[in-house]
Design a binder for this molecule. Structure first.
Ligand code: AP5
Length: 192
């Protein structure tokens, strides 16, 4: 099945996508992970993206779409995928529709994980201590949350209008949230 996970920074997209990958046996495609790998490898793209990401801003639509198109050329996406971190604005949402249409696919469902801001900040502060991710500093987190509200939140309506949105409570244990997601995707379980 073809799934996109939406939600603010810290809402649990990456965590739940990892579990879903095992469950659905389809690849987890995270644009954040692809970009962090490029930064770590010191590629020209990574060098361009590094400062933008550390500040919590969005990397250009062109760069991210190019990266995504390259990833979709791999054969493991034929039977589905879990997309995490893309689309991040309406222009990316439209570009994704066009990209999928071109390869004869379409999104089955967008899952939005809702978590209140105080808890998001606490989760990311916890990860900052545990992992030291460059964009988990208090200033970058504030900016990421602002960017989410201004640019990414409207993407939810894009999928709502298409009748493809499942809005879920992202608060609770990892198992609680995973169970809610499994319930939401159960009607699509047989989608190849
Ligand atoms: P990206 O990597 O996509 O980061 P993000 O959206 O800010 O998401 P996070 O990874 O912070 O949160 P998450 O929702 O995945 O939560 P997680 O499961 O990790 O993007 C990073 C940057 O790359 C962007 O800012 C931008 O610069 C760039 N970028 C990426 N995509 C782009 C695009 N399409 N266009 C332009 N730029 C792009 O969980 C967070 C923490 O909470 C973890 O510690 C986890 O253990 C904990 N946690 C999760 N669930 C629970 C729970 N239920 N209870 C308690 N703790 C929990």
């Amino acid at each position: 099945m073809r799934l996109v996970l939406l939600g603010a920074p810290g809402s649990g997209k990456g965590t739940q996508a990892t579990r879903l990958r095992e469950h659905l046996q389809v690849p987890h495609i995270s644009t954040g992970e692809l970009l962090r790998a490029a930064v770590a490898a010191g590629t020209p793209l990574g060098l361009q993206a590094k400062a933008i990401m550390s500040a919590g801003n969005l990397v250009s639509d062109e760069i991210v779409l190019g990266m995504l198109e390259e990833r979709f050329q791999r054969s493991d996406t034929v039977h589905g995928f879990i997309l995490d971190g893309y689309p991040r604005n309406l222009s990316q949402a439209n570009a994704l529709d066009v990209l999928l249409d071109r390869i004869g696919q379409s999104m089955d469902l967008a899952i939005q994980l809702e978590v209140d801001q105080e808890l998001l900040v606490a989760r990311l502060a916890g990860r900052a201590q545990a992992e030291g991710r460059a964009d988990d500093s208090p200033e970058a987190v504030r900016n990421r949350l602002r960017v989410y509200e201004e640019q990414t939140a409207p993407v939810v309506d894009h999928y709502r209008t298409q009748g493809k949105l499942a809005h879920l409570d992202g608060v609770g244990s990892l198992d609680d949230v995973f169970t809610r997601i499994l319930e939401a995707i159960s009607p699509y379980a047989d989608v190849g």
